[in-house]
Design a protein around this ligand. Structure first.
Ligand SMILES: Cc1cc2nc3c(=O)[nH]c(=O)nc-3n(C[C@H](O)[C@H](O)[C@H](O)COP(=O)(O)O)c2cc1C
Length: 191
């Protein structure tokens, strides 16, 4: 169990599962890391594929009034995001970056920053962003763009960057053979 002593109280982790398959390697690695969180830390798990967002449209420079209030799945994801103290993007490596579902979620941040009455930017600045990803190669360099996407997005919103937990696997379940990643998972959220 991770010793988060003082830090555990009031922590709320939102896990955003961004693979297009359930119980894939990224999810298993994320669950392994989350098992170590103290019981006092609240956890909420959402699968982005079950909460499809509408296509993102850039309305930043049109008209007066910012973006309309999000509805449906966008509202669910916005509220969950605001609720969390810690956001975990659990995305497999797809073409060297995050999955399309994860990318679309990040694109919607641009609209949420401009929804009247939602203090998205200041709220995000109080949070920590974490990444978990699995790719097929033991060399993790191909995941550099994914890690940079998340780290720089965190920096843009003045969030704390918690870091990225990376593993190697391809077929579902294969992450169980990456003993190094499973070991790193045990202490990941203590960082
Ligand atoms: C659309 C797609 C793109 C992928 N791109 C890469 C890639 O760029 N590099 C890589 O090493 N693996 C790539 N993979 C393999 C996945 O990262 C790998 O199978 C991973 O274990 C899938 O994660 P999951 O089990 O959590 O779904 C890709 C797989 C898919 C379906």
């Amino acid at each position: 169990m991770i010793d988060m002593a003082e830090g555990a109280t009031g922590r709320r982790f939102l896990f955003l599962l961004a693979s297009t398959r359930s119980e894939g390697n990224t999810e298993l690695l994320t669950r392994r890391a989350a098992e170590q969180l103290p019981a006092a830390v609240e956890q909420r798990w959402l699968r982005l594929g079950e909460l499809p967002l509408p296509p993102f449209t850039d309305l930043r420079h049109e008209g007066q009034g910012g973006y309309p209030q999000p509805e449906g799945h966008a509202r669910t994801l916005l509220e969950a995001t605001l609720w969390a103290t810690d956001l975990v993007i659990a995305s497999p490596l797809y073409w060297y970056s995050v999955s399309a579902d994860a990318k679309l979620y990040l694109d919607h941040w641009v609209s949420w920053m401009r929804v009247p009455g939602v203090e998205f930017k200041p709220s995000m600045a109080a949070k920590t962003l974490w990444g978990v990803s699995v790719l097929t190669t033991e060399d993790h360099a191909p995941a550099d763009p994914l890690v940079a996407t998340l780290r720089l997005s965190a920096e843009y919103l003045k969030m704390r960057w918690g870091g990225a937990l990376l593993g190697t696997a391809n077929k579902p379940g294969q992450i169980g053979e990456d003993l190094g990643a499973l070991e790193r998972a045990k202490t990941f959220f203590a960082g």
